[in-house]
Ligand binder design. Structure first.
Ligand code: PLP
Length: 351
């Protein structure tokens, strides 16, 4: 008998690398290539450092109020956390306790199975179809809960509101979580459905479209009962999760809607342009509704292209998983960064 027999052993999630080298083109973790709104910088300058002696507001009420105003949702329907990873982990812990397997796609955000393992939640990974689409009927079976991103990651493929509502309607006895990390890049949020279905949790983040991954701000919308249960678990875990700068700077970011919309528009425009150029270079891809492209080359292996880009200072994301090992997920950077990537690919492919 050893103490090691009783350790909770987990295989941790592996995030995309954060290289220390400066002039690398980093297209591997879907961060925003532009800085946050100038309103954030201004608020940063006016933070009172003497306040850092104090614990932050445990309910992050400034931020909750700003999210409630911006999305026109009552404050009791808003939950905030340290990035949507924190929100999602709390939601797994709170809602997935039936003992029946929860369902999510086989190709999706690779944190879901990690949390399921961590919390000992049984799960079943439902295969996407050959076009990498989520098949809604696959979710019309007995289960302990449902979660998937819309648009899905890393494919970028969006689901319609009708499809999402059908899944919720067929799953009234469990909690359904829709992870909308990339919703601001061209797809429609299912937020309004929280008024109709009290078992729906919609999760979003400041990390991608609001250019604040480093501040760790995530949030969720749901019925008052759903949010209350989440809060009870969160306050049983750690009262002070969001720090003072995150609460205040997140609030400031929401005040500058013009900047936010402009950044999203620029990223979408770059994405569409790069898509055409990649097709000319012999790449195939899905129509992405996110700030990344999931691509495969007709002739060259995913690994060869990944390695070539890396040797030339460009980092993208690739998974050594059976169905997607020939694919690369390329985050949309600035126009300059994308032009450099296209130039390097042109060299490799002799075009
Ligand atoms: C990036 C991402 C998240 C987590 O983002 P946070 O930085 O923790 O807010 C959650 N879900 C998906 C699908 C993501 O791609």
């Amino acid at each position: 008998m050893s103490w090691e027999d009783n350790v909770r052993k987990v295989v941790p999630y592996v995030p995309g690398e954060q290289p220390k080298i400066r002039n690398i083109i980093k297209l591997n973790t879907n961060e925003c290539p532009y800085p946050p709104s100038p309103a954030v910088k201004e608020r940063l300058g006016s933070l009172d450092y003497d306040d850092f002696r104090l614990y932050p507001d445990p309910s992050a009420s400034n931020l909750v109020r700003a999210i409630s105003d911006y999305y026109k949702v009552p404050e009791y329907s808003v939950f905030v956390g340290v990035g949507s990873d924190d929100v999602l982990a709390m939601a797994f812990l709170t809602f997935f306790n039936s003992g029946k397997p929860i369902l999510f796609p086989d190709i999706t955000y690779s944190f879901y199975d990690v949390w399921a393992e961590l919390f000992r939640i049984p799960y079943r990974q439902v295969p996407l179809n050959d076009d990498f689409e989520i098949v809604k009927e696959d979710y019309y079976v007995e289960n302990g809960g449902v979660i998937f991103p819309n648009p899905n990651a890393p494919t970028g493929i969006p689901q319609s509101l009708e499809m999402i509502e059908d899944v919720i309607r067929h799953n009234q006895d469990v909690v359904v979580i829709i992870d909308e990390a990339y919703i601001d890049f061209g797809n429609k949020s299912c937020l309004d459905l929280i008024n109709k279905y009290d078992n729906l949790l919609v999760v979003q983040t400041f990390s991608k479209s609001r250019a604040m991954a480093g501040m760790r701000i995530g949030y969720a919308f749901g019925s008052s009962r759903l949010i209350k249960y989440l809060q009870d678990v969160k306050y049983s875990f750690n009262s002070y999760t969001m720090n003072i700068p995150s609460i205040e700077l997140g609030t400031a970011a929401l005040s500058d809607d013009a900047y936010f919309k402009d950044v999203c528009k620029r990223i979408v425009a770059t994405r569409e342009r790069v898509k055409e150029s990649l097709k000319e270079l012999g790449f195939e891809m899905f129509d992405s509704s996110s700030n990344f492209l999931f691509v495969r080359h007709r002739e060259h292996s995913g690994k060869d292209i990944f390695d070539y880009l890396r040797e030339n200072g460009i980092i993208v994301r690739r998974w050594d998983a059976p169905r997607i090992k020939e694919y690369l997920r390329i985050s949309i950077g600035t126009d300059g960064q994308m032009d450099r990537m296209l130039e390097v690919l042109g060299q490799m492919l002799g075009r």
